[in-house]
Design a protein around this ligand. Structure first.
Ligand SMILES: [Zn+2]
Length: 266
């Protein structure tokens, strides 16, 4: 023991400035859950004891200064529904019933509302328009990526909140990167059909293929009008760093999940 405390979360470069915007991604450390959910499991959609998960959120709240009743959680099903939330939704999915239904993405124009998505390899995409003060956070696993959920969030920001694509800053958080995201022919075929023009992002690997989810998402954001310079990639793989982050593949399907959190500070 070196006496150094392992961090409960990392901040997302390009977005988190520690003052006006909090953009974080949690690690496995600092919670109370037992293996295989050790220790900071933040998913209620696992077999972990519910009280442990609630305690983990309380501990995260202490560390971040974001009260649990200012958080809004998703209810993820690898779909593409994105919910627009405001103060009336605060605490949903955590301190009170979830009334948004299944949703894999959240948007708000209000400060002091922490959007929370849950991840164990799936890609977190953080979006921020500093001009109109709008944030969005989406859970884009391979299914969500096929459904173009990140681009859908941009369309909503433009259509419902009058955001200009050129103002939007995006960040791609830790996830299963191309180094570890190996798929069989069946999944490869679906990607090829959906994104034939991005086929250079799918690389043969033995009898399988490796797919670059970050590359696809970044290109769909650029297609929506985002400036390449405003898209930040943290370049960290949850499988390669499975000791630090929860990883579905790294844990052979039996593990907890961390959280992406995004909030404008008022
Ligand atoms: Zn990797």
């Amino acid at each position: 023991m070196g006496g150094t405390k392992k961090p409960m979360y990392i901040t997302i470069p390009g977005l988190d400035d520690g003052i006006t915007l909090k953009a974080i991604f949690t690690t496995r450390f600092g919670g109370v859950s037992s293996p295989p959910y050790d220790t900071l499991n933040l998913s209620f959609q696992r077999d972990d004891d519910r009280n442990n998960v609630i305690e983990n959120y309380r501990l995260l709240s202490n560390e971040t200064g974001i009260p649990p009743d200012h958080m809004v959680l998703t209810w993820q099903v690898h779909g593409d529904k994105i919910s627009m939330v405001d103060k009336s939704h605060c605490g949903m999915g955590l301190v009170r019933e979830h009334e948004l239904g299944y949703t894999d993405g959240l948007i708000t124009a209000e400060k002091n509302i922490a959007l929370v998505t849950i991840h164990a390899d799936c890609v977190p995409v953080y979006l921020y328009d500093p001009v109109n003060s709008v944030i969005a956070l989406v859970h884009s696993g391979w299914r969500g990526t096929l459904l173009n959920i990140a681009a859908k969030a941009i369309k909503l920001m433009k259509g419902r909140y009058n955001c200009k694509a050129g103002n939007i800053i995006a960040a791609v958080g830790p996830h299963i990167r191309k180094c570890c995201f190996e798929v069989r022919n069946d999944v490869y075929d679906i990607f090829l059909e959906k994104f034939p023009y991005y086929s250079y992002l799918f690389e043969p690997y033995g009898n399988n293929y490796r797919i670059d989810l970050e590359g696809i998402i970044t290109r769909t954001l650029i297609a929506e009008g985002l400036d390449t310079r405003n898209i930040h990639d943290i370049k960290r793989c949850t499988v390669c760093e499975k000791g630090l982050f929860f990883s579905h593949r790294g844990g052979h399907g039996n593990t907890g999940a961390g959280a992406a959190v995004l909030m404008m500070v008022g």
